[in-house]
Design a protein around this ligand. Structure first.
Ligand code: LUZ
Ligand code: MOS
Length: 762
């Protein structure tokens, strides 16, 4: 089976939110945002905007009839800024007009007078000033202070990790259509339709059953639409209900980049202690998360940083400080990996630093400290069916780890202008929402009288292939061809209280729910078939669309069985509900079981650095990945390759630069470079573990969305390795991303320069 949308995609016929034919009288919204990053609004004048011919509505904070503050964790964020602006381009006014061009023109005529207040963009500074979004927490296992003396090596360092723009092809957008009796139907590019529904209802002050959110598919989400799609859906709904006209908001690329939150940048301090045999005895790390102006998902993101702070390594003494620091940036948000990558980066940096000091290769330390069955994490979960060492060993054999070092050294000894480097990145990623209640999935399966089937679930198709997975699960459950099955849009009137499509868990939760729904229908169908064929229901099976009795072919087809069941008044639709067992998690306690299981893998990355120019190529990436028993190979491969590309992009090209006054400098795709196909290694090998069924996933599968992202971290240390071959160094601060400019500066003894302000007016 292939991705079910592949033909529609390559022929440009797949429909996205605003591809659906515009309803009559559709109006268009544009947002006026704050010209500065922090200050008190003294006066707001929208009269010039209002006076423009074709402007149909101007909306500000006071026009909100219901709840004026929104937010998934706590409601601390006003839908429109009203007394204090907290970041550059913070939305203040929504203009609605006949065309998007007119709305944008009018938005430019809004005038706001603001008394400036001090701006903080650095989380360390916010932390020192005590400006944190929640109580600073310290997690401890063992006692790091007691072991430094026993360590043969103790190393410290500082890290400056940049954020990352989601760079989905489809920017944030929503269309709201007013319906009879105060209802509103909303087409939203969101990973979380129920969050949209709930928040729209609260903002409008109406019950949730008056709001229907429908999502066919997204042109990418990556976490950027887990929480922050809600804002635009609320604004469009507010205007649509007030004006009784359909209203659409489509952010352009620059607006999307400036107004929405990103992956959280972090500043980090680490201290690591090792024995001379290479055992990691203690790891002490402080994570200063750059949370942005409001909470958004910062707290759960920071939790996952804490949970993944020791990644794939067994460490007896651990101390982790976690601070969510308020800065004057848009609220940072979910992004593939959800804090996990930031947690893992710090430890990899510490291991690299230790390896440099000890004169060994980092992989010698990595391998010695890999987790195994029975290991108890600092948050209490005990590992079982651990496949960490297995993926490492299979990668070691398949990709000949033992010869990589010699090969790279031999190259470096004979080449002056270019140097090679490599790194290995093991990944252990916990699968489940850490907010335990979110771990629920629902599915509605309908068999129609012609034998065709439709399935609706809480899963959002954002390119990742969840719809294809749902189709595969239905087709296999009923023993019919996937062409007989269609996956519907995700709709809050068909499925209630949908958890966001996030945490890599969408196919797991909704796929297991789909299996349950199919089983329920199947038991009725088997009764009918048994009666018809004169056998026992438990001896009935269906394969390739034909009913089998005790594994023997019969004359009864799927279509006939369905029709007979219908005429016998047997149920042909069912709702399935699934929640994984045994999860419990309390951030303040240490005996937790947050994850249903873990996904494992090991990646080897090799690079070549051009030591004259500072640019580099990623020569190869070779991965052994555990996906249980995969559902659709090409879909899984797409997730692994896409995740890897995004991970490499995060630590290499994607330079999310802010000025000291809180303005995003790289606010367009001309100045913000995401990796493309050419940048990816020609030599890309992905091997899936064999005989690795996972009892926790549907059809034995494992979650695959996020874990491969973290393989990309290896690219950073591979490049550093190559740089060190040219000019050995211990940087004062480990700064990511490793852009070609930074590489060049570190190859030669020059002090870092600040990026120039872009001169192009947009
Ligand atoms: N979203 C969320 C996530 O709300 N909770 C999580 O634990 C999570 N983990 C990964 C990605 N998104
Ligand atoms: Mo996410 S970071 O929306 O799984």
């Amino acid at each position: 089976m292939r991705h079910c949308d592949s033909e529609l995609h390559v022929t440009g016929r797949s429909e996205y939110t605003d591809d659906v034919a515009p309803p009559e009288g559709l109006l268009h919204g544009a947002v006026f945002g704050s010209p500065i990053a922090h200050g008190k609004i003294r006066n707001l004048d929208t009269s010039a905007a209002n006076a423009i011919e074709g402007v149909r509505g101007v909306f500000v904070y006071d026009d909100i009839p219901g709840q004026k503050f929104i937010g998934a964790v706590i409601q601390d964020e006003p839908l429109f800024a009203y007394d204090e602006v907290m970041y550059h381009e913070h939305p203040i006014v929504l203009i609605v007009a006949d065309t998007a061009e007119l709305a944008r023109k009018a938005a430019k005529l809004c005038k706001v007078e603001i008394d400036p207040l001090p701006i903080t963009v650095c989380p360390r500074e916010a932390y020192k000033a005590g400006d944190v979004l929640q109580e600073v927490r310290i997690f401890e296992k063992g006692d790091v202070e007691s072991v430094w003396d026993q360590c043969d090596y103790v190393l410290e360092g500082k890290i400056d990790l940049a954020g990352q723009d989601h760079t989905y092809l489809e920017t944030n957008r929503a269309r709201a259509v007013p319906k009879e009796d105060g209802q509103v139907k909303v087409y939203s590019s969101t990973q979380s339709p129920s969050a949209g529904q709930k928040t729209i209802a609260a903002v409008l002050g109406i019950p949730m059953h008056k709001v229907e959110v429908d999502v066919k598919r997204l042109g990418g989400g990556f976490g950027g639409k887990e929480d922050q799609a809600t804002h635009w859906a609320c604004m469009a709904s507010l205007a649509a209900v007030k004006l009784q006209r359909p209203v659409q908001i489509v952010l352009n690329r620059v607006e999307d980049m400036q107004m929405t939150g990103k992956r959280h940048p972090y500043k980090q301090d680490f201290k690591i202690g090792l024995s001379k045999e290479g055992e990691i005895l203690a790891f002490d790390v402080a994570h200063y998360q750059n949370s942005g102006a409001y909470m958004d998902l910062s707290a759960p993101v920071l939790e996952r940083t804490v949970l993944h702070a020791t990644n794939a390594y067994a460490i007896p003494h651990v101390k982790i400080l976690a601070a969510a620091c308020r800065t004057h940036l848009p609220p940072n948000t979910a992004y593939r990996g959800f804090g996990g990558p930031q947690g893992m980066f710090a430890l990899e940096a510490a291991i690299y630093r230790a390896a440099t000091e000890m004169g060994v290769s980092p992989d010698w330390i990595q391998k010695k400290n890999l987790i195994q069955d029975g290991y108890k994490f600092h948050y209490g979960q005990v590992l079982k069916d651990c496949r960490m060492q297995r993926t490492w060993e299979e990668a070691e054999d398949a990709f000949e780890f033992s010869s990589v070092n010699d090969r790279v050294e031999a190259y470096n000894q004979t080449h002056r202008g270019t140097k090679k480097g490599f790194a290995i990145m093991p990944v252990c990623f916990g699968i489940s929402f850490t907010k335990t209640f979110l771990n629920q999935g629902s599915s509605l399966v309908h068999i129609y009288t012609d034998g065709s089937v439709s399935v609706s679930t809480g899963g959002i198709e954002m390119g990742q292939g969840v719809s294809s997975n749902m189709i595969a699960i239905v087709a296999r459950s009923f023993g019919i061809s996937p062409d007989r099955v269609r996956c519907n849009s995700t709709n809050t009137s068909r499925i209630a209280n949908i958890s966001p499509s996030a945490a890599s868990a969408t196919s797991d939760l909704n796929g297991n729910a789909t299996l349950i729904a199919c089983q329920e229908i199947l038991s009725g169908l088997c009764d009918v078939a048994a009666r018809e064929l004169g056998g026992k229901p438990e001896d009935i099976s269906i394969e390739n669309g034909i009913v089998h009795l005790s594994d023997n072919l019969t004359d009864l087809t799927w279509e006939q069985l369905v029709l007979k069941s219908y005429f016998s008044r047997v149920q042909l639709m069912a709702h399935g509900f699934y929640t994984p067992p045994g999860l419990h998690y309390d951030f303040t306690k240490s005996d937790n079981n947050p994850f249903h299981y873990y996904t494992y893998g090991t990646c080897l990355i090799e690079v070549t650095v051009d030591c004259l120019r500072g640019n580099y190529t990623i020569d190869s990436a070779k991965i052994v990945h555990d996906l249980g028993r995969g559902i659709i190979r090409s879909v899984d491969l797409g997730q692994v390759e896409g995740g890897l590309a995004q991970g490499i992009g995060w630590v290499t090209l994607e330079d999310l630069a802010y000025s000291d006054d809180g303005r995003l400098l790289s606010f367009a795709l001309s100045t913000y470079k995401a990796p493309d196909a050419d940048f990816m290694p020609d030599d890309l090998v992905v091997k899936f573990l064999e005989n690795a069924d996972n009892p926790g996933g549907p059809l034995g599968s494992k979650a695959v969305g996020e874990p491969p992202f973290m393989y990309g971290i290896g690219a950073y240390f591979a490049i550093q390795h190559a740089i060190d071959a040219f000019r050995p160094q211990i940087p004062d601060e480990i700064v990511s991303p490793m852009t070609p400019e930074r590489v060049l500066l570190s190859l030669y003894d020059v002090k870092s320069v600040k990026p120039a302000e872009p001169s192009v007016a947009l």
